[in-house]
Ligand binder design. Sequence first.
Ligand code: C5P
Length: 225
Amino acid sequence: MTDASFIIVAIDGGAASGKSSTSRALSERFHLLHVDTGSFYRAFTAELLRQNVATDHPDAITSAATALQLDTAIEGRRAQMKINGRVVPDAEIRTPAVNANVSHFAAVPALRQALLEYQRGQADVGRSHGFRGLVMEGRDIGSVIFPDADFRFFLHADPVERARRRAAEGQQDSITERDRLDQSRKTAPLACPEGATDVDSTHLTLEEVVDLLSSHLATRLAPVA
Ligand code: C5P
């Protein structure tokens, strides 16, 4: 059954642009399912690295990726992808090896295709678990996954500020290189989708960004927190 009151919020942006913290806060404020699609690409990357699949072998990537059985576990308000029955823990997807390889795997059209319907299916997961909508973050949510989303935002921030935020999380991550690869790939490149609300968070606190996006959502949905 489709529920017209179930809202879809798409948040795209580069690495360390504040998407995850913002999405998490919105999911709490409006009781939305939080779907971090970057974690899906990361989990695929960890699994393909484990299987010794090389980033430059599209055929091997296709057969390995399409053989994976995908499911979803809900943890709080967060959707966690299960691969072959197992949630791949954060400790395995936020490693230097995954950081260095994920954008190469994500540029392969067959791998993106293997995740496409799974990502769209998160709306049904959200509905069946009683959420009032979903907030999905990534690189191509407002352009490819949910181009008709109720709200589409694009977050960006100065690269120096983003590097500072990632270092503060204690992570070793080449965000500039990932952005370069994500922006220059042929399939679903990172870009602000036409008609999306562009937000520069360089000089804003997290709370200010969340308040700004909340003011848009509040035109459709009353906050719960
Ligand atoms: O969001 P996060 O930085 O964790 O994403 C890791 C990588 O996954 C990105 O650099 C990008 O290569 C890929 N990705 C993507 N499309 C998405 C989400 C993530 O290509 N929707």
